[in-house]
Design a protein around this ligand. Sequence first.
Ligand code: PLP
Length: 279
Amino acid sequence: MNQTLPVVLAIAGLDPSGGAGIQADIQTLSALNCHCTPVVSTLTVQDSGKLYQSQPVSPETLEKQLLALAADFHFSAIKLGALGNAENATLIAHFIQNLIKTTPSIPITLDPVIRASGGKELSDRSLQAVLLNKIIPHCTLVTPNEPELKALTGCETPKQAAHQLTASGTSVLLTGGHSRNTTEQTLENQLFSRADQVIRQKSWTLKLVDGEFRGTGCTFSSAIAAYMAQGCKLETAIEKSQAFVSFAVKNAYALKSGQMIPQRLATPTLAPAPAQTST
Ligand code: PLP
């Protein structure tokens, strides 16, 4: 029999410079032995340094793509990135609500992208409200960095924000790329999960790799989706994904000065990174 691969639905924006967005998702999912069905939510105009414009795709085409794929494939996981605008996000929320009627345990990972590496916003308040009220309650995991967590919840501290988001059932992985400890040369990823109304917190301290990289958030969340599609539990998926991202970043390539591109392909399947953990 031919080998079959888990199918992962990725919905994200197109970054035509090839560093982030749906291309990062396709590369990561393919490298980790999943078949990616890529659906573009928004077409951006950007080069390696700057985002000039984001043009959401038409809701009609987006919906037709999602329905055609859902009728044809069994998805083993869903990965959501930049969703374009509130209208497309609402449509995606309805699609997910219907899908989970037949596949209730499908792992859904959301990278709530707010700003492109090139500085400009990729979402507004109305899109963030749809994420908060209609999408996050269906997610297995949300992977914000600190500014994204603050913008989404309005909370002052990550702990308050995590309390708010986990109340809807999702786990929250606060990614540490924006709050690096440059003295220690480390960054910390913190997972908040809720069980029986008790919040459990676990963190991983990782070695910082020098430099600026594009699309690391997309890579990390896609890797988590890939490992969960293959049946890994959340914490295992996170640990394996940290190893994947660390390798990709250490082997990043530069096309020009500025942000480097993580080497997501030719990345061996790795054991969990030697991270220090604490609960
Ligand atoms: N999605 C798109 C289309 C982007 O252009 C970007 C960044 O430029 C992102 C997502 C987020 O990238 P990162 O993984 O660096 O947060």
